[in-house]
Design a binder for this molecule. Structure first.
Ligand code: SPV
Ligand code: MN
Length: 625
């Protein structure tokens, strides 16, 4: 290409050319020009931050079949291919130059080879289609956290999702003039379509070029694989944060409301389906974000922002009794995209919505009827990973600080997991570093019978960020430990587990009990309550919980409930340490020594307690010692 501007002019309407070139960033022009040359679209549309452009995108998504309107005003639905219902780990790889190694847990391929392969997929693939170019900002605009981004795609559904989920970034780009150079770039094509659905699942690819801050994604539509600013950007951000000394985490951010109007901001990392979104949306608390947070040290304080402004949440089991805030938003007028739910008569339905679903309708695999089966067994009305896309401003409890450029102070960090028989519902770590290691770097989530594969299998998920790590695991852990250096008030670290069961397989807690664990952590973070020291951390005293249950949920909390839930289960805890340590010993070559030391110390404390009290230790035993 001789001259980028001339080329752009020759391939775009004057109106779109003017919109694009009002941003004076040569690097961005070049990225767009190369994408046009490669993909060869029929037309090009440039999105500004205007409502008119946003309306055009939504209308285009509907016109092209990416979305279909529902009865309620503002609602649409979208279906992905039956084999495109989640993030595709097998097809997601880092493009690494020769000599760069991220360790064996991180999938990669040789950069030049990978680029050639993926360019082959993009070649002329937008022929006859419109290319959409959109500008967004990760984090609030005009803030030390902001990362400007450009998304190029042939899917209006992708841009529409981004319009809901992210802050617009066209004006910010314009203001920045010829900079910045290191903005994130995303190129996506749906590939060949069957109706409006990507069809070549074998050729799905998500390739991440860390050295060029660019992600390529093709032959897929599922948002976790295509919406550049979500999990694709998280991978680039983890790499950038490592270089610049901050943290990019798979975390919610919420305001927890303590006594006398006090608000303490929590960040929390939980693997998928472990209660992260419903924690962030707890009634009477305020939400900043449910999925991705950036943390920086500013003037000796840990501060964080939500990278997003919307939620792409799991819809299964969202019902009025468990998630009243989001249920209300999803059943009111306003912009919502329902993904992979059951549609009947212009109305969306999902499993666990608290009312009967119809006996037939259409879903992600076509026409659906009750009792239908396929090779995997019964076909559910809505997919297990069916989702909704909505702005946080549509929720009744949006936190007023959501767009604060300087973020909010981190008052506590929570790591969530999922197990039926090991970890107590809530526990405070002994220190920041011990919390990072024994809570965050030891997260496991247990499969249930409802998910694919065997029930009861525990999956290791480092800080719940495992799928997105773009740096070696040991380095990532060390960065997290070191992040507390120079911080004046280091926040306490907690673990939570909402999924304990009794011997009969019945959950030991109600859906809203998580609120009590979080409120207790808020009291602890502010030094309002004492706690009981166990071999694995500090757990609540019975009286404090009983009071919180009564005041906040109007529930009687018995000593028997407490003992059942907070018994220290020594054999299971030892087995967990063994499992997690094995992962580090066998698959991570740069594990910091302090990780093994922490495991050894915890093991010693558990063994000592076992010798004194037995294998299953009531919390009262620690009190009476
Ligand atoms: C998750 O799976 O952690 C999500 C949804 O938040 S996805 O966009 O697929 O990553
Ligand atoms: Mn997530």
């Amino acid at each position: 290409m001789e001259n980028v501007k001339d080329f752009l002019k020759s391939r775009m309407s004057n109106e779109n050319f003017v919109k694009l070139t009002e941003i004076k960033n040569d690097r961005m022009h070049k990225f767009v020009a190369e994408a046009i040359e490669l993909c060869n679209p029929k037309t090009v549309f440039v999105c500004t931050d205007s409502k008119q452009d946003a309306d055009y995108i939504r209308a285009t998504s509907i016109k092209t079949g990416g979305e279909t309107p529902l009865k309620t005003k503002g609602h649409t639905y979208h279906f992905d291919n039956a084999n495109d219902q989640g993030r595709d780990k097998g097809k997601t790889k880092y493009l690494l130059p020769k000599g760069v190694d991220l360790g064996k847990r991180i999938a990669s391929c040789e950069k030049e080879q990978g680029l050639a392969e993926i360019r082959g997929f993009f070649k002329n693939w937008m022929e006859g289609r419109e290319m959409l170019i959109a500008f967004f900002c990760l984090g609030p605009t005009g803030s030390p956290f902001s990362i400007p981004c450009v998304q190029i795609t042939d899917s209006a559904y992708v841009v529409h999702s981004e319009n809901i989920l992210y802050r617009s970034g066209y004006e910010q780009f314009k203001k920045a003039g010829s900079g910045p150079n290191d903005f994130f770039r995303f190129l996506h094509s749906q590939g060949e379509l069957d109706g409006a659905v990507s069809k070549n699942m074998e050729d799905k690819r998500i390739y991440i070029d860390l050295f060029d801050n660019t992600v390529y994604s093709v032959n897929t539509q599922y948002a976790g694989n295509t919406v550049g600013l979500k999990k694709l950007a998280l991978r680039l951000a983890i790499n950038k944060a490592d270089k610049e000394g901050w943290l990019a985490e798979h975390m919610f951010v919420m305001g927890v409301h303590g006594p006398r109007g006090r608000v303490t901001y929590f960040t929390g990392a939980f693997p998928s389906a472990c209660g992260k979104t419903s924690t962030a949306m707890l009634p009477e608390q305020t939400i900043i974000g449910d999925d991705i947070a950036y943390l920086r040290k500013i003037d000796g304080q840990m501060r964080c922002v939500n990278v997003e402004q919307g939620i792409f949440g799991i819809i299964e089991d969202v019902k009025p009794s468990g998630d009243p805030v989001i249920y209300k938003a999803l059943t009111s007028e306003g912009e919502v995209i329902f993904g992979n739910v059951l549609i009947n008569d212009g109305t969306p339905y999902w499993v666990g919505m608290g009312k009967d679903t119809p006996d037939e309708g259409i879903n992600f695999q076509g026409k659906w009827k009750k009792g239908m089966t396929d090779a995997d067994g019964a076909v559910p009305p809505s997919h297990k990973n069916a989702r909704y896309t909505i702005r946080i401003s549509a929720l009744a409890n949006q936190d007023p600080q959501i767009n604060a450029p300087e973020g909010v102070p981190v008052g506590a960090v929570v790591y969530g997991g999922r197990d039926s028989d090991t970890c107590v519902p809530v526990e405070q770590a002994f220190s920041w570093a011990e919390g990072i290691i024994a809570k965050g770097a030891s997260i496991e989530s247990e499969t249930t019978a409802a998910t694919i594969g065997q029930a009861g299998v525990r999956t290791f998920n480092l800080m719940s960020n495992m799928d997105f790590l773009a740096i070696p695991l040991g380095k990532y852990i060390q960065n997290n430990i070191d992040f507390a250096n120079g911080v004046k008030n280091v926040p306490p670290v907690f673990s939570v587990n909402y999924f304990l069961k009794n011997k009969e397989g019945k959950y030991l807690n109600g859906m809203l009990d998580k609120k009590i664990w979080i409120l207790w952590a808020e009291l602890r973070a502010n030094g309002d309550v004492d706690a009981i020291k166990t071999p694995t951390g500090f757990i609540p005293k019975y009286e404090d919980l009983a009071k919180l249950f009564k005041e906040s949920l109007g529930k009687e909390y018995t000593q028997q409930n407490y003992v059942e839930q907070f018994t220290i289960r020594v054999p299971e805890l030892l087995a967990k340490i063994d499992r997690v340590e094995k992962v580090y010993r066998e698959t991570v070559s740069d594990t910091p020594e302090v990780v093994y030391k922490t495991f050894a110390e915890t093991r010693d404390r558990l063994n000592q307690a076992k010798n004194k009290f037995g294998e299953y230790i009531s919390p009262f035993d620690f009190l009476n010692k």
